[in-house]
Design a protein around this ligand. Sequence first.
Ligand SMILES: Nc1ncnc2c1ncn2[C@@H]1O[C@H](COP(=O)(O)OP(=O)(O)OP(=O)(O)O)[C@@H](O)[C@H]1O
Ligand SMILES: [Mg+2]
Length: 378
Amino acid sequence: MTPDVELRQVVKEFSAAGKSKRAGYQVRAVDNVNLQIAQGEFFAMLGPSGCGKTTTLRMIAGFETPTSGEIYIRGKAVHDIPPFHRPVNTVFQDYALFPHMTVIQNVMFGLRMEGVPRQEAQRRAEEALDMVKLSHAAARRPNQLSGGQQQRVALARALVKRPSVLLLDEPLGALDLKLRKEMQAELKTMQQRVGITFIFVTHDQEEAMSMANRIAVMHEGHVLQVGTARDIYERPVNRFVADFIGETNFFVGNLVEKRDKVGVVKLADGATFEASLPLDASSVSEGKVTVALRPERIGIFPPGEEDDMPREVPLNVLEGVLYEMDYIGTDTRYTVEIAGTTLVVREQNVDYEDNYDFRLGQTVKIFFPAVSATILQE
Ligand SMILES: Nc1ncnc2c1ncn2[C@@H]1O[C@H](COP(=O)(O)OP(=O)(O)OP(=O)(O)O)[C@@H](O)[C@H]1O
Ligand SMILES: [Mg+2]
């Protein structure tokens, strides 16, 4: 099927020309980005500040022209199509409603500008307000609404144009945490109901993971990985992705053997363990590698209690020294040193007496299955 939105080798460079001090300065805000977004997909672009998310969105919308590369919407090249003729609409972070107009007037405004007759514009605006559950507030002015309600007016204003694709640039950034959570759930439900393709920009990993079908992780203008929340969390392609999404331990070793899906890694002290190869197994070769391992996927045992270790799956067992232990209510965080590397282990406290058997400075054993660790090229 033709993707709804496709970017092929898209590059955007900004430069400061002229005689100013900044002249000659050049930045590659977006560097060779390839993306295919399916119809009806909730697609998130996730990455730290300055990684090129807004610039990418603005090129899809038509507010910026790519320096090179191609953009297609529904199979059609859009380079020569001005923003208002593209079948996309954008909700910006600062959604700036017209303060002197009522909610419904705000929503109708764009349609009226396009010459849609008043009655039809009104009917469509009512429909859009219904979608965002604001029909009851149609006659109010923006300053009589909460932040979340204003945000929903901005959404209605974009939806009323019936775009094929809705672009959302950190649309929940201005809301407090509780409202943000509520709006996340509402947006997701609404997107499923209306079936419009959403491209949603955020720097909040939890927001991206909980809402999107697929996520593109961006860094310095590059898309590093595209995948489901699970792909990205369980099989990050590199250290940046592993580090950006959730908490991760890294340890460096030597990949001494590659088998089907797993590799054998040897640590500085000679100990070996098995870990999973990345989704693209050819991206790592024997030699120095980094292994990413989530703290919650590691089990820990004090000496003498190894017999209690679960045995349903083959486990890697490594020995280390416990030198920090923090009880934080739901969990206990153990810091263990193994072959010169510090690892954090997080275990849920399911019993009152959990972690009573541990003493700082003692030798402990940690264990984890190969499937929980990912080998990354150093
Ligand atoms: N008009 C411009 N002129 C020059 N540089 C720009 C321009 N717009 C963006 N940039 C630069 O391009 C890079 C990417 O910016 P962009 O706004 O796309 O980042 P972002 O991922 O949206 O960040 P944030 O999360 O902070 O919104 C940054 O280095 C930024 O300074
Ligand atoms: Mg931005």
